[in-house]
Design a protein around this ligand. Sequence first.
Ligand SMILES: C[S@@+](CC[C@H](N)C(=O)[O-])C[C@H]1O[C@@H](n2cnc3c(N)ncnc32)[C@H](O)[C@@H]1O
Length: 305
Amino acid sequence: MRAGSAIRPLLGRLYRRCAAPFGLRALNDMLVNGFPARLGPPLRFLFTQQFPIEAVGIAARIEEMREEISRRSDTYRFEYSPTTLGMARWLHHASHGAAGPVIPSRRLANVFSVPRHWGQFLHLCADAFAARAILEIGACLGISGAYLASARQRARFITIEGSPAIAPIAEATLAAVTDRAEVIRAPFDTGLEEALARFAREQLPIDVAFIDGHHEEAATLHYVETVIPRLSREAVVILDDIHLTPGMERAWQSLARTSGIAAAVDVGRFGLLVWNAGDTAGARYDLSGYTGWWPVGTSEHRPAG
Ligand SMILES: C[S@@+](CC[C@H](N)C(=O)[O-])C[C@H]1O[C@@H](n2cnc3c(N)ncnc32)[C@H](O)[C@@H]1O
């Protein structure tokens, strides 16, 4: 691991500790002024680090699985494939013969997958919306999925992964925390149609959607616009890496203005779109300055895959 990447989480924690009192004050002001109260607990967690005692064991279990996967000797390479939304990339076993840098399991577990802190935040978001149905776009090893799917309501959970090499790992990770999860092994464009059809057959509107892959402007706009009509009356769409590139930044700005979005909150790494099916766009909030997050700039650190 490079020195920069080793010190980054440490600096993040230090910054978070210093900024926390200011973040809490900003959050309290938001709540007093009409910000949706549901999101109070997960946002408060970003500043207090207080995680419900009954969920501590689940987080520990997920982190053990991450640790176990990261010790594996498997290696991967990106494989590129054209889709209706442009060129997509996902991982194949390095032995498959594709060109490009070799990516070890350790990197998938520790860089591609959400870190513990943000995983716990996702878990609390699913709790906050009492989620009965959760959609994820971008499973990778199933780490973020495990945090989401293990929330209190034990929601029906469907995630999509284009890599035939790592989808089975996601399935195993998810199976350790729930028997209500499914991984659709497909490119996002067709996989999303399939996931929405399954939720519709089960008559489950989506309470939480987490979009974490194919971080490009047109693709992100398409995924969110396709998911919106399938959301329940009160739902949240969480977008990863909203500041990764100028295109992602534009997608975030445009989605935050969408009619029916009651509130759009920038927490740095994630953008949260709170849906309430109204016909006007709601207020916008920015907590990114308090969460110990900063743009990493290059796909070297946060892969667009
Ligand atoms: C950043 S990783 C997801 C990390 C995961 N959400 C977590 O935090 O544990 C994105 C995943 O999406 C997959 N992916 C990216 N673009 C895709 C596409 N267009 N179709 C299918 N899978 C795709 C990649 O193979 C990769 O596993």
